[in-house]
Design a protein around this ligand. Sequence first.
Ligand SMILES: [Zn+2]
Length: 94
Amino acid sequence: MELIANDEVLQQVRDVGKGYIYNDYVGNGANGRQVNILHAANCSTLGTADTKKPKYRADDVQGIIDWLIDNRPMNWKICGTCKLCPSVTRQLTL
Ligand SMILES: [Zn+2]
């Protein structure tokens, strides 16, 4: 899990389209469960995203999930558009 440094890097991650992007929109703030969203890197809804709000990338979704459980407990969600893959969704709901 690594902070995406700037908009150029974000675009590169999206162009490659592999791995995952977590949008840490409000961190531990209120409403994170609606706006802190974990996406597949190729998600169409990231088309207007920028790095004014912190975003993180990872190749391995398990690393992100472990981090979210420890650092954003019950304050994030999985994207409803890309939905990642069924095995990931299953892990997330355990
Ligand atoms: Zn998405």
